[in-house]
Design a protein around this ligand. Structure first.
Ligand SMILES: Cc1cc2nc3c(=O)[nH]c(=O)nc-3n(C[C@H](O)[C@H](O)[C@H](O)COP(=O)(O)OP(=O)(O)OC[C@H]3O[C@@H](n4cnc5c(N)ncnc54)[C@H](O)[C@@H]3O)c2cc1C
Length: 502
């Protein structure tokens, strides 16, 4: 049943965090409106059309895509998971510098057998690695963590966390080992070479495998924008309102005598329109929220430290190549070791290409064709921002040059690719910033290298009442599930404050 209260809530940003908060708050009787800079929902979780291809910008694998994962029921509270078609990949192919292919099977049994066949003498380390992944699968940390946010933990919840200690021990062990160090533990030269391209630290590799082996983190076949549109549809069905092309430039505040601190009174849009409200939830970029919309007035020491450290997830150069040819027998994910390192004009040097191939049945790619997407991480946002701002011709030229070099590299591994190219698209950190306003074009907010040090960042500011912050800037590591959970959690917090059952 939907019942309406008088408290009006404005949400800034129609990314997954903002839409999720909006859905849960509408469900619990609040009147909410979302103000969104772009003309589409989803923020980072988006896709865009080029010729007859749809380029997918975000979700590689949706954690909780299968009903036996605890996240599945949470997604299902908002979108209809039964109708979300999922594709589960079987493996990652690592191409070594001498062009040999190592198959990293997601199926652990297959992987163990394959690696031992290549190198029986490496059996002890292979077994240790697989055994730890299986242990983590059995402990199923997600089922303990999902559902109840840490903000609501009581003594019994912390006691339940004790059960996670063995899992934490395993995670800490692999957190300390880089792919390079892991590779040195093997004797066989081919495995050594392949393992160098594992995710680093090896913990990330292990976390991916715990889910991929169980087929619980598949790709939504309709793509990222389609996924976001399902959140938008649900929000509108619940009575929410979205104002697109509405950039918020200020969060207005005033001193509240009763509470002896400032409180939020409304927001101001780029066109200077002022909208009053009781509560503001910022589900947009953290840096602009704190330093621009709130003028840097409400930072506290710990938060200032986090923003000064600026330990961000990198941005990306995303090169998409449409090819008028089928590559049905290829896998969907490749890590290609390059014979010669590849330099990009922003000062990065790459010896590894991360490639996704859309060669399965999906509405994103026309029948008979294939889409290749290469991801190059970069932290040099300034280079791209300045180049685009000062010299658009040169910016386009550099994008074309990068694409042409990438096509040559792909052509070395995929037959007749170059002669069949019929679409090229290059998105840079400037693109990601323009469309999502994320600080330095970061694709996922804070980096998660400090996985065990950084707790979630508080959703409230001590000196400002009626204000909340959610989204990937409030959870180290970022990503779609964290954005979703932060939106769900803020609704729980507001319900509690307003004495409503969640
Ligand atoms: C290329 C790419 C690949 C990724 N791959 C994965 C993946 O495989 N798995 C995974 O889990 N995550 C992935 N991510 C990260 C994930 O998409 C994000 O962490 C997550 O979607 C963040 O959601 P959010 O709602 O917190 O923020 P955002 O998506 O950034 O949404 C914020 C919204 O606020 C709007 N906004 C900003 N400023 C204003 C303003 N002043 N006024 C009004 N509106 C404003 C923006 O336009 C945007 O719509 C990827 C991201 C990218 C870009």
């Amino acid at each position: 049943m939907i019942y309406v209260t008088q408290r009006k809530i404005i949400i800034i940003g129609a990314g997954i965090a903002g839409l999720t908060a909006g859905c849960y708050l509408q469900k619990h009787g609040f009147e909410t409106e979302i103000y969104e800079l772009h003309n589409l929902p989803g923020g980072c979780v988006t896709s865009w059309k080029r010729k007859d291809y749809t380029i997918d910008g975000s979700i590689h694998g949706l954690v909780g895509s299968s009903p036996d994962h605890p996240m599945y029921d949470l997604w299902d509270e908002i979108i209809d998971m039964k109708n979300l078609e999922i594709f589960d990949g079987e493996e990652v192919v690592i191409i070594t510098r001498d062009k040999k292919r190592f198959i990293k099977y997601y199926n652990l049994e297959k992987l163990e057998k394959y690696m031992k066949e290549i190198s029986p003498e490496d059996s002890p380390i292979i077994e240790d690695y697989i055994k730890d992944i299986r242990k983590l699968q059995k402990m199923d940390a997600f089922s303990i963590i999902a559902g109840k946010p840490m903000e609501f933990y009581n003594i019994f919840d912390y006691l339940k966390m004790v059960k996670l200690l063995p899992a934490l021990k395993i995670m800490q062990k692999w957190q300390k080992i880089t792919a390079e160090e892991f590779s040195k533990m093997f004797k066989h030269p081919f495995i050594k070479e392949a393992v160098r391209s594992f995710l680093s630290p090896v913990l990330f590799e292990i976390l991916v495998f715990t889910e991929m082996d169980l087929k619980r983190s598949g790709f939504p076949v309709g793509g990222s924008l389609n996924f976001s549109k399902q959140f938008e549809r649900r929000y509108l069905e619940l009575g929410g309102k979205i104002h697109y092309k509405s950039k918020v430039t200020k969060i207005n505040t005033t001193y509240d005598e009763k509470n002896k601190k400032d409180k939020v009174t409304g927001i101001t849009l780029e066109n200077r329109e002022y909208i009053s409200t009781d509560i503001v939830i910022s589900a947009m970029d953290g840096y602009s929220t704190l330093f621009e919309l709130l003028d840097g007035q409400y930072l506290y020491e710990k938060l200032s430290k986090v923003y000064n450290k600026a330990d961000l997830n990198p941005s990306m150069i995303l090169i998409s190549v449409g090819v008028n040819k089928e590559y049905k027998d290829e896998s969907q994910t490749f890590f290609i070791n390059l014979e010669k390192p590849f330099k990009t004009p922003d000062g990065n040097v790459f010896d590894l290409l991360k490639l996704r191939i859309f060669n399965f049945e999906t509405p994103l790619v026309p029948v008979g064709k294939t889409l290749f997407i290469v991801e190059l991480s970069t932290r040099n946002f300034e280079y791209w921002r300045e180049l685009r701002a000062k010299n658009r011709v040169e910016y386009k030229k550099i994008k074309t040059e990068i694409a042409s070099q990438i096509i040559d590299m792909l052509n070395d591994h995929f037959e007749n690719l170059k002669e069949n190219v019929d679409m090229i698209d290059v998105a840079t950190p400037a693109t990601f910033h323009r469309y999502t306003n994320n600080w330095q074009g970061s694709t996922q907010g804070w980096a998660n290298e400090n996985l065990f040090e950084n707790k979630p960042i508080k959703k409230e500011l001590p000196n400002l009442a009626n204000f909340f912050m959610i989204g990937h800037w409030t959870v180290p590591g970022g990503g779609v599930p964290n954005a979703f959970m932060s939106g769900r959690t803020v609704a729980q917090i507001i319900c509690k404050q307003e004495k409503k059952k969640f």
